[in-house]
Every structure is written in structure tokens, then in C-alpha cells.
Design a binder for this molecule. Structure first.
Ligand code: ADP
Ligand code: MG
Length: 238
């Protein structure tokens, strides 16, 4: 089953044409990375999948269902942003529980889900701490935990590591890879970082100026880049 299908997706802001005829298929359980330089439309693309932006034309399908008219909260997705945007007045447990409380999940379900996520992310000792009492890496793990507890069909990550220093970036990257393995969930991950793309992806989508330049496995893109741009961005030195 296809987890996500984008068909001829276009997005304009006024007269600015940002996404141009995007066609992408993501299979269930796949880890797909959208990579490309700053300003090429990665975040906009992710936001149209999430439903935070409407598409100007084209179709977005999640798990086979057209979701163009479906509000974000009903799309079965969870998004992790670059800035963790935790609620400062809630402790870790509160931050992770909030969306489930709003969805009127039972107390037992909420407890079980928070326990499961904090085990996966080694946050068990931090549940009573507030965001101001956590390191940057721990905060980002809480943000990821907030996504996990919702058991989404589809995880969306928008440059989740870019606010972390180099050592933490690597740790958190490994943690996300681990998580993908444990959950078997479908993940779409946006970055401008070639190393992240090459190490995390089952499949890479290279974007440039709102267009898809090439789609393939890391090895395919490395060995057979479609053009100079892809070669310069990901490929082997010529
Ligand atoms: P990326 O995430 O790859 O850096 P973005 O998706 O943020 O790129 O932006 C792509 C282009 O769309 C940029 O030129 C940006 O200025 C423009 N853009 C993004 N959001 C808006 C908006 N709300 N209104 C107008 N232009 C926007
Ligand atoms: Mg962006």
C-alpha cells in the first residue's frame, strides 16, 4: 500500500510559483528524505502534506485517501519541527500527553503511550522536568515523543536537527533511524544536509527551485546522478 502520493502538486503564493508539478510516491514503512538547498520549497511541500497549506492544484493522498479537503488534525500525521515549540508551562509528561488529552483518549491509553515513547527516547527520568530544565537534545526528543504518542500513519520531520550542535546532531540522527526501525512507520524527512539524507534515507527526493530533479536510493543518486545539480549535491566527485 502507498502511504503517501503527491500527484501534480502545485503551490503558489500570489504570483510566486513555489511548487511545480510535484509527483512523489512513498511506500508504507519507507524513510524518504526531501533534500535540496534553502528556499527550494521543502518546508512548503511538507506543509501541504500536513494540510497546513492548501495546494493550488494537484492531489495529496494519504493511505489511499484524497486529503485535499481534510484538516491537519484528521490526516493521521504528526510533524516535528526545527524549533521544538514545547509548552514551557507543562512538564515533559504534560507536553507529551496534551494532544492525546485533546483527542479525549483514556487516561490508561495516555499513560501507556507516554511510557512507550519515553522508553524509546530514554526520557523516563525526565518526565517531571520542565522544558527550561532540559538540554536542546532532550527538548527535541520530547518533541519527537509528542509525535510518537499519537501513533501517526505518517511522521513528517522538518530539519529536526538543525538547531543542535554537531555531536548531538549525530546522536539524534541515530535515534531517529532507530525509531524508524522500531516503529516500522512511514517517515518523510526534510533536510538541506547531504549527510543526513545519505545516511537516513531509503529513498531520496532531490528538489531544486520547486521541482523534483531526481528520486532514487542513496546509492542510485550517488552512482547515477541525473544531472550536474544532483551530482554536485549528492553524487560522487566526477
Ligand atoms: P525551504 O524549506 O526549502 O528552505 P520554503 O518552502 O520555506 O523553502 O520556501 C520556498 C519558497 O517559498 C521561498 O522562496 C519562500 O520565500 C516562499 N514562501 C514560503 N512560504 C511563503 C508564504 N507563506 N508566502 C510567500 N512566500 C512563501
Ligand atoms: Mg525549510
Amino acid at each position: 500500500m502507498t502511504a503517501l502520493t503527491l500527484t501534480n502538486v502545485n503551490k503558489s503564493f500570489g504570483t510566486v510559483h513555489v511548487l511545480k508539478d510535484i509527483n512523489i510516491e512513498v511506500n508504507e514503512g519507507e524513510f524518504v528524505v526531501f533534500v535540496g538547498p534553502s528556499g527550494c520549497g521543502k518546508s512548503t511541500l511538507l506543509r501541504t502534506i500536513a494540510g497546513l497549506e492548501d495546494v493550488t492544484s494537484g492531489e495529496v493522498r494519504i493511505a489511499g485517501e484524497v486529503v485535499n479537503q481534510t484538516p491537519p488534525s484528521k490526516r493521521g500525521i504528526a510533524m516535528v519541527f526545527q524549533s521544538y515549540a514545547l509548552y514551557p508551562h507543562l512538564n515533559v509528561r504534560g507536553n507529551m500527553s496534551l494532544a492525546l488529552k485533546q483527542a479525549k483518549e483514556s487516561k490508561a491509553t495516555i499513560e501507556a503511550r507516554v511510557a512507550e515513547a519515553s522508553r524509546m527516547l530514554s526520557l523516563g527520568d525526565y518526565l517531571d522536568r520542565f522544558p527550561s530544565e532540559l538540554s536542546g537534545g532532550q527538548r527535541q526528543r520530547v518533541a519527537i515523543g509528542r509525535a510518537i504518542v499519537r501513533h501517526p500513519k505518517l511522521f513528517l520531520f522538518d530539519e529536526p536537527l538543525s538547531n543542535l550542535d554537531a555531536a548531538l546532531r549525530m546522536n539524534t540522527r541515530l535515534e531517529i533511524a532507530n525509531l524508524h526501525e522500531q516503529l516500522g512507520a512511514t517517515m518523510v524527512y526534510v533536510t538541506h544536509d547531504q549527510t543526513e539524507a545519505m545516511t537516513l534515507a531509503d529513498k531520496i527526493v532531490v528538489l531544486r527551485d520547486g521541482c523534483v530533479e531526481q528520486i532514487g536510493s542513496p546509492m542510485e543518486l550517488y552512482n547515477n546522478p541525473a544531472n550536474q545539480f544532483v551530482a554536485g549535491f549528492l553524487g560522487s566527485p566526477a
